[in-house]
Design a protein around this ligand. Structure first.
Ligand SMILES: NC(=O)c1ccc[n+]([C@@H]2O[C@H](COP(=O)([O-])OP(=O)(O)OC[C@H]3O[C@@H](n4cnc5c(N)ncnc54)[C@H](O)[C@@H]3O)[C@@H](O)[C@H]2O)c1
Length: 331
């Protein structure tokens, strides 16, 4: 049955990434909301929605809705998420699920009280390279994970004149408080070291211990251009290694024989390195970052099905580790 949704926040991310993928599902966007009238009317035209409001409370009160989606910001996610759940509506929200772990826990309680799902936009789990790596790791063909190393950089523009790392942590680092545990196992311990050469220019290394006994190091920072690829992950096993470059290129190394002194050397499917990257010229699903795959799990979850879509339970865990990280870094 078609899911009837109201949507709050018609910003860049919603109109370019989320809504175009959402409307590929069996969903009707019944009403849209944004406090910016131009963005609201542009989104109404783009997605063919006539019921437009600048008042989120009015949108949540719209009759006949099954669920609310939102991509606004941390404080609004808490307020609007709580209001929608209290009205008995399922919710999809972008990360972060509020601006604090306490807020995320509040949302979890609201979801449990209402007995309605709250799904969170941790789409890195669905980015194609991460998805392939996850499937290999869970296939039984990789063996135990020893460690994960990765980096996730950015250069937020919002530091001009006001160095406040809050947005960097809430909007960026939160992804890497979720993704490593998705790939390896839950995080059970953390330490961190930082270098800040000048205000706003920060690099830190986060050291992770996973419940399965593996270790991890993630480098994150604010001093690389987002005009370059800024993500890389390597998962280390026993004579096994998966590298994920820029979330789309995957390489799986295993345990091939030396080839130089073998006159019959060839490549075999069960030993030699496998690589994958997409053909960008194919007129096919271009969902490399994972927003469509995320929505494919979110929509049935909003209708009560069990799917792999990340929930507010994952959101609470990520927000709690994010706060641990900030306190270890004293930032
Ligand atoms: N997962 C990802 O890849 C990803 C990428 C980008 C952004 N995001 C998340 O999406 C959210 C939005 O980010 P964005 O880049 O689109 O920001 P944005 O500023 O472009 O969009 C936010 C929109 O919300 C509107 N808004 C603000 N307060 C409102 C209110 N009270 N009622 C109704 N509308 C209101 C603004 O007018 C704006 O149009 C953030 O939480 C961000 O972290 C996630």
């Amino acid at each position: 049955m078609t899911l009837k949704m109201g949507w709050i926040g018609c910003g860049v991310h919603a109109t370019q990434m989320l809504l175009p993928q959402l409307v590929r599902q069996d969903v009707e966007i019944v009403a849209l909301c944004d406090i910016d009238g131009k963005r609201l009317s542009d989104a109404g035209r783009q997605f063919g929605v006539k019921n437009l409001t600048t008042d989120a409370a009015a949108l949540i009160a719209t009759g006949g809705l099954d669920a609310i989606g939102m991509a606004v910001g941390p404080d609004q996610h808490l307020a609007f998420g709580r209001a929608a759940l209290e009205r008995g509506l399922g919710v999809f929200m972008e990360k972060p699920p509020s601006g604090s772990a306490a807020g995320a826990r509040e949302l979890r309680e609201a979801s449990e009280r209402a007995n309605k799902p709250l799904l969170v936009g941790f789409m890195k789990r669905y980015s194609i390279g991460n998805k392939i790596a996850h499937n290999i790791l869970k296939s039984g063909n990789f063996g135990p994970v020893y460690g994960l190393t990765g980096y996730y950089m950015t250069a937020p523009g919002y530091f001009a004149g006001n160095v406040d790392y809050t947005g960097f942590f809430l909007h960026h680092c939160v992804h890497y408080m979720d993704l490593p545990s998705f790939l390896v196992s839950p995080i059970r311990g953390m330490s961190a070291h930082k270098v800040e050469k000048s205000p706003g220019r920060l690099l830190f290394h986060v050291h992770l211990e996973f419940e399965c006994g593996a270790i991890g190091t993630i480098a994150m920072g604010t001093m690389q251009s987002r005009g370059t690829p800024v993500e890389r992950i390597e998962v280390m096993g026993d004579h096994q290694r998966i590298e994920i470059e820029d979330v789309i290129e995957v390489t799986w190394h295993r345990n091939p024989a030396f080839k130089a002194d073998d006159p019959r050397a060839l490549l075999t499917g069960d030993q030699d390195t496998l690589t994958w990257k997409p053909n960008f010229t194919a007129a096919a699903n271009e969902d490399f970052k994972g927003y469509h795959a995320l929505m494919t799990d979110v929509v049935p979850a909003l209708q009560g099905a069990e799917t792999a879509a990340p929930t507010i339970h994952d959101g609470v865990v990520a927000m709690e580790w994010l706060e641990t990280l900030r306190s270890k870094l004293e930032l």
